[in-house]
Design a protein around this ligand. Structure first.
Ligand code: NAD
Length: 412
């Protein structure tokens, strides 16, 4: 089994080969342009002292300043950050966003820190990162970070540089120069790309049977959109287990149930399922919206869905991707399906630079148009290069744009 980084590199190589990308460009793209690893010292509440490892990877900035998330998790390692930074480069380029891919993070468990310790850690990250601001590299949120952490990071940046610069950080709240629609962007986008894909394969949206793994920010918002459109959401899971109902789950009731009990298990009218059962259940649409590497060579053979919509980053391994293709399952890849957030960050930046803020309807329309454009462009490219994979189509589109920018800059 390939590691996350190996898998991302293999997709890169395959798209480069099929898309006939210049070997010199491929040589440049086979590893990140800049990697910084640093250590954040922290005085703990009990008087002890700890040091936290942190990283920031700027994969390639030929198309514009590097941008995107900051992951704070105990298992975080540099290879994971590199893989995510590569995926972000592709996501931006495939969506025609003038940005490079960046990713960063801290190896720490936010739940094991007090409020003061966590704030000091986030501020320490920004201080030790030595960020130069919005024209260079723009950290955003990811697993373990949110509106509050991004606000602390922005405040730290602005204090160091003695100026207001809201575009130095993404995923901040509207009151500090962020954008409306941030929470819903990815989950709603997942549903909107599903709609496009369903039309392509002739799947009726009303009554479509949907199974969703993950009921957090992305999975829960997507579930509400599927439910509101008349799909039958038959299975939903979170880290504690899943629920199933042949007649369809009442998603608003599940949201309330999760708010009260902290889990999806136990919702009236449903029975419990394991994650493996959810992946193999008799549905039309499978939406992995939790973790990477969950559809593997072991369980891909059991997938019954006609359509897999990758809401999480890299949920399908390469071997599983091949098995699904052989079975005739259509996979909408992560770089298209969950790109709602990168389009939102582009809107956040544009509004911040102009100091002029848009209403939610404008934002939603922009997101929907951009997602649809990226999806169809990937399908067209896949057809042109005679491959069935929308993933390879999207990666080729991204690589072509990076190649052009790299060559125009005279880098190779
Ligand atoms: P989140 O932390 O809000 O939710 C994650 C959900 O997954 C939770 O419900 C959690 O209980 C569940 N989960 C964890 N382990 C599980 C397991 N073993 N089985 C089933 N469920 C499990 O995170 P999120 O923001 O919803 O992100 C989900 C995925 O989408 C991640 O891969 C993330 O990288 C990706 N993503 C998120 C965004 C965004 O804007 N939030 C954008 C692009 C991609």
């Amino acid at each position: 089994m390939y590691s996350f980084l190996e898998q991302s590199s293999l997709i890169l190589q395959e798209a480069g080969k099929v898309g006939q990308i210049d070997p010199n460009v491929m040589q440049l793209l086979e590893a990140p342009q800049r990697v910084i690893s640093f250590r954040i010292p922290l005085k703990m509440d009990d008087g002890s002292f700890r040091v936290f490892d942190a990283h920031r990877v700027r994969y390639n900035d030929a198309l514009g300043p590097t941008r995107d998330g900051t992951r704070i998790s105990p298992e975080l390692d540099l290879d994971e950050v590199k893989a995510l930074a590569l995926i972000m480069s592709v996501k931006h380029a495939a969506g025609k966003i003038p940005a490079g891919g960046g990713k960063g993070g801290i190896a720490a468990d936010p739940k094991a820190l007090s409020g003061r310790e966590f704030e000091a850690l986030c501020r320490g990250y920004m201080r030790h990162l030595h960020s130069s601001g919005s024209a260079y590299d723009v950290p955003g949120a990811d697993v373990g970070t949110n509106l509050q952490t991004m606000s602390w990071m922005l405040d730290e940046f602005e204090s160091i540089h003695n100026r207001h610069e809201p575009t130095a950080v993404n995923d901040k709240p509207p009151i500090l120069g962020g954008t409306l629609g941030g929470y819903e962007a990815t989950g709603s986008g997942v549903f909107e790309v599903f709609e496009e894909a369903a039309r392509e394969i002739g799947l009726e949206i009303e009554g479509a049977r949907v199974a969703i793994q993950g009921f957090g920010q992305v999975g829960a918002v997507a579930a509400q959109r599927f439910f509101a459109a008349g799909c039958k959401v038959i299975a939903i899971s979170d880290s504690r287990g899943g629920v199933f109902s042949e007649n369809g789950i009442d998603v608003p009731s599940l949201i309330e149930h999760k708010q009260t009990t902290g889990q999806v298990l136990g919702l009236e009218g449903t029975h419990g399922v394991t994650n493996e059962e959810l992946i193999a259940c008799d549905c039309d649409v499978l939406v992995p919206a939790a973790l990477q590497g969950v559809i593997t060579s072991d369980n891909a053979v059991h997938v019954k869905a006609r359509l897999v919509v990758e809401a999480a980053n890299a949920p399908t391994t390469m071997e599983a991707d091949r098995i699904l293709a052989e079975k005739g399952v259509t996979v909408v890849p992560d770089v298209l399906a969950n790109a709602g957030s990168v389009h939102l960050c582009q809107m956040e930046r544009t509004q911040g630079l102009y100091d002029n803020y848009w209403d939610e309807a404008t934002i939603n329309q922009f997101r929907r148009e951009r997602l649809s454009g990226g999806f169809h462009a990937a399908l067209n490219t896949a057809a042109r290069y005679q491959v069935t994979s929308a993933r390879i189509g999207a990666w080729i589109n991204a690589l072509k744009r990076m190649e052009e920018a790299i060559k125009m800059r005279g880098w190779c």
